[in-house]
Design a protein around this ligand. Sequence first.
Ligand code: 4AD
Ligand code: MG
Length: 431
Amino acid sequence: MPVADIARLADHVGQLVAIKGWVHHLRSSGKVRFMVVRDGTGLVQGVLVKGQLPEADFAAFDRLTIESSLTLKGKVRAEARAPGGYELEVTRVEPLNLAQDYPISPKEHGVAFLMDHRHLWLRSPRQQAILRVRDEVCRACRDFFHDRGFILVDTPILTPTACEGTTSLFETDYLDRGKAYLSQSGQLYLEAAAMALGRVYCFGPTFRAEKSKTRRHLTEFWMVEAEAAFYTLEDVMELAEGLVSYVVSQVLARHRRELETLERDLAPLEAVVPPFPRISYGEAIARLQEMGNDMAWGEDFGGDEETVISQAFDRPVMVHRYPRSCKAFYMEADPEAPELALCVDMLAPEGYGEIIGGSQRVADLETLLARLEEHHLPREPLEWYLDLRRFGSVPHSGFGLGIERLVAWLCGLKHVREAIPFPRLLDRLYP
Ligand code: 4AD
Ligand code: MG
């Protein structure tokens, strides 16, 4: 007897199949028993009619509990009224493990309770839908870069220095060589790889000891970063816009069912087609001030400002040329206005805010040396990075996209903590 995926029952109509999974729901009515079973690919209802299966198997139903594991055998029948469109006329019930009292019920639970039971919460239809969308987002990112000739280069997680500023570094002892830090970004290494391969990307976990307790901050998150030799800020904006619209189109094309489970309004996602609006930091400040926000020129935007700016557009907006004073040391100055950085943040609509940060990088050795000093960064552990400016330096640019922020937006989540299987937050390291 073939073992069938619930999602593929259409291929087995009229056949006897085995389904291996877990009990989702149980119901009795007279001489008939119903059980909804899930196997990770979908849900199907099994119907047990007394007399049509061994008495012991029929009796086994009464011992089953929610989340018990089992093998269910039966004949597949098309049933338009059943969720998924198919039903199983059950001929055998083979329990594997009878679950204890399952702590998560369809009733409302508090977030802290659900987070403490994250390892079980993942089984709920909503969380499964989010994980599927996340899988699609990661696949689409890889395909996008691969199709454009970008080479995947894995960058290290244990590093000797900061990339994005020293305040949010996780520190660890590195054997007898002193301190090491968990990577905040693969960018600096990716720049080296871009000088070897031209167009490169990396995709991995990054770590920030963020003291911020917001709906947008994790201490461990996944970032896909691209870097390309000879790319300017303009090139990298076009690349970022291409990536995001491609990922959105893939999720829309392949995951309607999940977006439905999540009750996601599709209209705002369907609007995500290039070109995305581009506004300068200066224009953004002027808009904010018009709307009564007293943000002064020179400060970086916080979550509130990003929300206000992004709500003014129906698709992601790219804010470029922030003051250099509020951005990282490696950003190239705008030759037209040296107080500005050739950088861009992409803000997602519907109030989601920053999902991408990128820039053109300083290409000149003397300028970079001066920057390290301004930012009080040690030169010695970055000598290798300085070498990139000594041996055939070229203009180059790149960006990083936060996977959880993108997934949270696409799924319409209130908080990034649901966009990653096991979130690491300021106040959470369990489970
Ligand atoms: O803007 P960030 O800090 O940029 C960089 O790290 C650059 N080195 C990237 C590059 O140019 N190669 O981070 C990039 C993105 C943000 O736009 C955001 O989406 C996400 O990473 N991000 C976070 N996501 C969740 N939790 C946090 N604490 C995050 N910090 C940044
Ligand atoms: Mg940023």
